[in-house]
Write a protein that binds this ligand. Sequence first.
Ligand code: SAM
Length: 247
Amino acid sequence: MTRRRWIAEHWDEATATIVGAQAQHLAQVLRAQPGMEADVVAGGHVFHAEVAAIALNGEASQVRFNLIAEVEAEPALPVTLVMAVFKFDRMEWAIEKATELGVAEVAPVIARRTEKHLAQAAAKRAERWRRIAREAAQQSRRSDVPRIQDPVPLATRVRAAASATRIVLAEQERTITLCSLMDEAVKAAGDEMPTIEIAVGPEGGWAPAEEALFDANGWRAASLGPRILRAETAAISALAVVASCLE
Ligand code: SAM
């Protein structure tokens, strides 16, 4: 039987502890008792564990586990999704689905065509995005939680030094497909797993100056086909393509 997987907030060599809503859910909804078995993620490792102690105290509730043995965990996709901030409800959906697909990191950026009010409110959303990623990681039984960066101006991210293959999704690109760039990246990496960074534009698309900035900083433009996709569709389709090439 598949055991539930819990992501610990605190751990040491022999124990791991979950707190707050997770702990309350395990104790009150699932009626956990000492001795109950579970899988616990602690520091990026997955352990077969059993409940050692339960302390119910509202938001300060805690469930402590004894770690029994490490079990094999699947690695995240070595992909960073650079996402120009767009409508928050759709962006949250994209973060959830990207987490399910195994993304390692999401880097929100403010692009020229990011709506002003979204750009202003973005910094305060980062914690919520982290919570969504955490819940999606747990639901999809990941052994880690993707890193969600604080939003930065697009130019900061585009110019930052990186060893990854850097790809910008652009509906204007007609000939070079994401698939073909992934083939190149896989061949160039030989026996290693290539690391990939993929940028998705806002609802209004990239401004011409931004396309030039990507180009000047070594990013390669890629197409996802002849249809114009919504930003969240583009993000998730791209991750599915990358996953199918790397896994
Ligand atoms: N500029 C477009 C317009 O308003 O007609 C729409 C931009 S689209 C909604 C948002 C982002 O999704 C784009 O900046 C691009 O990164 C990505 N995208 C959408 N369709 C794509 C495609 N067919 N190929 C590559 N990227 C695509």
